[in-house]
Design a protein around this ligand. Structure first.
Ligand code: CA
Length: 256
């Protein structure tokens, strides 16, 4: 199959995405020639302007030159660990939608990749239909609107743009979902936020599964906040559990 990639950029769009909100420029970072070509062709055919880098450093440079909306990232790259690439991309662009591509068997890759800041993953061989559906779903749930830039609650500060959290001067090392969860609570500090609301904001509005994920993430978040507050020598921000309802973040009491 020697279909020319460039032929899609000009005119014919066989399977256009449904509306312009679902169109996103994609940076594909993939060293495998055949897989890369198949994905790039498919994305362009669906109307997504697509750039393709075959190396990790090339992809990072390209992302720096022209920040993409979406990155599809192969974790097995010839020049640099894909997880490192994920981490650097996330550090440079909090709004990026990042989907990692892994071999079916590499379960740890998925875990490590998601921890490094990826939003989702696809296993190889990648189904184009599934890839395009995932893109549509993610783009629907993440309109291009900017989230609140930074929130401060007492000594706690959460910077959405930089994806950083601090208590006083102590950096709190949060995973992606923990930071999202904290942001959802901190932007409404002092107000009760329902579990459903948090699930929809932090995970997916069509979430039908167990909300145990929320409890686990909350426990981890509380733990990390407590550790950092301890190092900073201040009272940690209090996240109160409202039984049968949700959670509320309260500013720490001032004084002793
Ligand atoms: Ca590879």
């Amino acid at each position: 199959m020697t279909r020319d990639v460039a032929s899609y950029t000009g005119g014919v769009v066989p399977h256009p995405a449904q509306n312009s909100e679902e169109i996103a420029d994609v940076l594909l970072i993939e060293d495998d020639e055949e897989i890369g070509r198949q994905i790039a062709d498919g994305l362009r055919a669906a109307g997504h302007p697509t750039r393709w880098s075959r190396t990790g450093y090339g992809g990072l440079a390209e992302a720096e030159r022209h920040p993409p909306r979406v990155v599809l990232l192969d974790l097995g790259l010839p020049d640099i660990d894909g997880v490192d690439v994920a981490r650097r991309l996330r550090a440079g662009n909090s709004n990026l939608l990042m989907i990692i591509l892994t071999a079916r068997t590499d379960e740890m890759d998925v875990v490590v990749g998601l921890d490094a800041g990826a939003d989702d993953y696809l296993t190889k061989p990648v189904s184009l239909t599934v890839l395009l559906a995932r893109l549509r779903a993610h783009l629907r749930h993440r309109p291009g609107t900017a989230p609140p830039e930074a929130v401060a609650v007492g000594p706690l500060s959460v910077d959405a743009a930089a994806r950083r959290c601090r208590i006083s001067d102590v950096e709190v090392d949060l995973r992606a979902k923990e930071l999202d969860l904290l942001l959802a609570l901190a932007t409404r500090a002092g107000t009760a936020v329902t579990r459903e609301d948090l699930m929809a904001t932090v995970w997916d509005e069509n979430w039908f599964g167990s909300t145990k994920t929320l409890d686990v993430t909350m426990a981890a978040l509380r733990h990390r906040l407590a550790l950092a507050a301890d190092i900073a020598g201040v009272t940690p921000p209090i996240i109160t559990t409202l039984r049968g309802h949700g959670y509320r973040l309260d500013p720490p009491e001032l004084g002793e």
